[in-house]
Design a protein around this ligand. Structure first.
Ligand code: 5GP
Length: 188
């Protein structure tokens, strides 16, 4: 998605040689109009698939997921990372290793919101080692539901997540694929 690649170049910056910071439109402040274009682009790429629900992971996935869900006219479910007294007790649970925080965290989805045979489109902001996406796939599989595809806003191709997910035969659509980061600059 040309507009996204240009926006990352213009507004984003690299931290070291493997992290991209896009706080001005995706991870802190949200460019809502632009997010809507992202939702429309994912809709175009997956409109041939049956999609009953969108699944993402809090926090940054929520804004993206909402825009995608709007185009598919289906609900968005977001996996919860934080313990909360008001979360249903009957949950699907998995563990995800966080690339940015360098530690494992528990992820939960109430069994009410993903059910057998539903077609689930997974979306997230970044794809690095694929642990967040694999955790969400695990939750879909625990529910005996199906993964319709995975939509990622920014994939870093120099990390192994993309290859691993494509090897599974899942339709993976990444709107910007960064090949490398050099001296603070991203290359597609
Ligand atoms: P993975 O699970 O694929 O290793 O990493 C994906 C998750 O880590 C995403 O949900 C995202 O929140 C975070 N992440 C990974 N790489 C980056 C990055 O370069 N920049 C930002 N802002 N988040 C990242």
């Amino acid at each position: 998605m040309k507009e996204l690649k240009e926006k990352i170049k213009r507004e984003g910056h690299a931290i070291g040689d493997d992290i991209v910071k896009v706080d001005s439109f995706l991870n802190h402040q949200i460019d809502v109009e632009f997010m809507d274009k992202i939702g429309e682009e994912f809709y175009k790429r997956f409109q041939n698939k049956k999609v009953d629900k969108i699944l993402t992971i809090e926090a940054s996935g929520i804004a993206i997921g909402m825009c995608v869900a709007k185009y598919f006219k289906v609900p968005l479910v977001f996996a919860k990372k934080n313990e909360s007294k008001n979360l249903d007790k009957d949950t699907y649970n998995t563990e995800v290793f966080s690339f940015t925080k360098n530690k494992n965290y528990a992820v939960k989805v109430s069994k009410k919101y993903i059910t057998e045979n539903e077609n689930i489109l997974i979306v997230d902001d970044f794809l690095a080692n694929g642990k967040a996406a694999l955790g969400l796939i695990d939750i879909v599989e625990q529910a005996n539901a199906k993964v319709a595809g995975i939509g990622i806003v920014i994939e870093k191709a120099f990390q192994p997540g993309g290859a691993e997910l494509r090897e599974k035969g899942i339709q993976l659509e990444s709107l910007a694929i960064i090949k490398r980061i050099e001296n603070g600059e991203v290359f597609y």
